[in-house]
Ligand binder design. Structure first.
Ligand code: G6P
Length: 605
């Protein structure tokens, strides 16, 4: 989703802005642009192609400047067209980049048109540019402050005025924005990652903040326009190896990185307890009557799996909620609820809002599970656990999901330990099982050739069912989501026992059903459900365990993941589903790492 980078310096900032945009590409975008201050009027370059192509244009036209802002846009208001790409100018004086949605843009636009402003784009952002211009009297900071009071919605903004050469102003409400401080230059970005190598000193802005940046100097004002000291955080960011190596796509690379990501997530976990979780103590776990898991997309599926672990391992009632639904529903909540937002990015607008909604209801025992340190969610929660998946570039989440599951299992087991529902023998056995996961994952990933053969068949179909029961039903949901995202094949997940209540009517020889069939207590029930599909000519693609007694035969193909892995089995069963979506996408020549219409980091509602 939209990414912002800005810099004010005494040297040419364009190479740094381009590098920053490259590092934000993973968020997903459909156009990009850059603008720099120039004597006379600002200059810009924009395009609907990739950042590399923008970089070529910039070098062709010799765009340079010591003050500049840049943007990757993921269209919300207005088509992905060059004219709608940011930076957006107002009367060649004010330049703006924006991430978020100004909900009252229509009424603001009507007011600005009356004042004589002409709109050249279909974006909501253009009202920001003109509004700032309308308040501008030589002081950009006060113009931005006056403007932000009139916005409803979400925004992260970086702006400059062409008549103030050494100054950039930013503002944030709901969308991420971080200021970076160098010796003689300052920066703004949607993600600290964009500034790696340029500074390691950051100020994470809070909602309502406005920030004034001059070379080497950052001043922050809060919502009430009082000057505030926000903590400076030193963050050493290693520029991770983001090369593809021998892989064809980031998604494939990230699928195969899962054993390492799990190993890293489990590093330093020798026993269960509050010390595994940053800023947690016994009280985080002792006074808990209920667990509330909040998330979107794949992270919500992790919550759905974990819900069952909290109930079976910790014996605590648990609820997994889609964040975008939760945030708008009236709730009756137990004050002794542990709220667990789950998010790869830690910036997903709906999950962040759901967390804040829960906090506003007085639920202050919050523990975030996220993959990005210092993200808004990790900062907003009282305690946290960082998964160590490393940077995930593919839009469709893979290694973040399995490490979220590991983190959630640690949380459920810790809760069980503190509450006394888990014996020390069980603790030892769960920990041993967790530490065996990477090897077990490797064995499943080695079955890629078999999955490719499945993908060759499934990729020719227009729709598929995914079936599972119990803790494997959310895995079926995740498998179906992956096939939709990556292969653009309609896929629907069903709790296998529910098939006969409607969807069975759609089963024909052309409808494959991918089944997660672990060798557990529900296996016999699941076998009956599979028979219901076979009896209607449906083709079965079954992910199962050794000894489950599901032979490959006519109309049924099986892939064995190894011995049944107990409660952690969902982590193994999802791997062939990720590979199936990936290879089906390859067979259909889709844009695997940047699927159409999707974004990695969804910072708007
Ligand atoms: C987007 C991504 C999904 C992800 C979801 C939640 O839709 O494409 O892969 O699951 O956001 O993201 P989060 O960062 O909160 O886990």
């Amino acid at each position: 989703m939209c990414g912002i980078v800005g810099a004010v310096s005494q040297r040419n900032v364009v190479p740094m802005l381009i590098e920053g945009l490259r590092r934000l590409e993973y968020r997903g975008y459909d156009s990009c642009g850059i603008a720099v201050h120039r004597t006379g009027k600002p200059r810009r370059a924009r395009c609907t192609a990739r950042v590399n192509s923008l970089a070529r244009t910039i070098s062709d036209i010799h765009l340079e400047g010591s003050l500049g802002i840049a943007h990757t846009r993921w269209a919300t208001h207005g088509a992905p067209a060059t004219m709608n790409a940011h930076p957006i100018f107002s009367r060649d004086l004010i330049a703006i980049v924006h991430n978020g949605i100004i909900e009252n843009h229509e009424s603001l636009k009507a007011m600005l048109v009356e004042q004589g402003y002409e709109f050249q784009t279909e974006t909501d952002t253009e009202v920001i540019a003109h509004l700032v211009h309308s308040f501008y009297d030589g002081d950009l900071l006060s113009a931005v402050m006056r403007s932000t009071h009139m916005f409803r919605g979400t925004y992260a903004i970086a702006a400059f005025s062409n008549s103030e050469p050494g100054r950039m102003v930013g503002a944030r409400e709901g969308s991420p924005l971080v200021a970076g401080i160098g010796e003689t230059e300052t920066f703004l970005a949607s993600d600290a990652l964009a500034l790696a190598g340029y500074t390691n000193r950051f100020v994470f802005l809070e909602d309502g903040d406005v920030v004034d940046l001059k070379p080497g100097q950052v001043t922050v004002w809060d919502r009430d326009r009082r000057s505030v000291e926000r903590p400076n955080r030193l963050i050493e960011q290693s520029l991770e190896d983001t090369s593809l190596g021998s892989f064809s796509h980031y998604m494939q690379k990230e699928i195969f990185e899962q054993p390492l990501a799990i190993t890293n997530t489990l590093a330093n976990v020798a026993s269960l307890g509050s010390s595994i979780f940053e800023d947690a103590d016994r009280s985080t776990f002792e006074n808990v009557d209920k667990v509330l898991l909040l998330g979107c997309g794949t992270s919500h599926h992790a919550g759905l799996v974990a819900r069952q672990w909290f109930e079976s391992v910790a014996r605590v009632p648990a609820q997994a909620e889609i964040a975008s639904e939760f945030r708008y529903r009236e709730q009756c909540h137990d004050p002794r609820t542990l709220v667990v937002p789950v998010s790869q990015s830690g910036e997903t607008a709906d999950t962040l809002a759901a967390l804040k909604y829960a906090q506003a209801m007085g639920l202050d025992n919050t523990l975030a599970i996220g993959n990005v340190a210092n993200s808004a969610m990790m900062r907003a929660a009282r305690s946290r656990f960082q998964t160590r998946a490393g940077v995930e570039i593919g839009v469709a989440s893979s290694k973040a999901f399995t490490t979220q599951l590991v983190a959630l299992f640690l949380l459920a087991a810790t809760l069980g330990r503190v509450r006394g529902t888990l014996s020390s023998q069980q603790e030892t056995s769960y920990l041993q099982q967790l530490h065996k996961l990477p090897v077990a994952c490797r064995a499943v990933l080695a079955k890629e050739p078999q999955v490719i053969a499945w993908a060759n068949e499934i990729s020719t179909r227009e729709s598929a069912f995914y079936l599972g029961r119990g803790v494997h039903f959310p895995i079926a949901m995740e498998g179906a989501l992956k096939l939709k995202e990556i292969a653009y094949i309609h896929a629907e997940a069903y709790a296998a026992g529910e098939l006969k209540h409607g969807p069975l009517a759609l089963v024909t020889p052309d409808t494959p059903a991918v089944v997660s069939a672990p060798n557990d207590a529900l296996l016999d029930k699941l076998k009956s459900n599979m028979q219901e599909v076979r009896a209607r000519g449906g083709q079965l693609f079954v992910i199962t365990d050794n000894g489950a007694g599901i032979p490959s035969g006519s109309g049924t193909r099986t892939l064995e993941t190894g011995a049944h892995f107990g409660l952690l089995s969902p982590i193994l069963h999802v791997l062939p589903m990720q590979l199936l979506a990936y290879h089906s996408g390859c067979a259909r020549h889709t844009d695997i790492d940047k699927p159409r219409n999707l974004a990695k980091s969804v910072t708007v509602e």
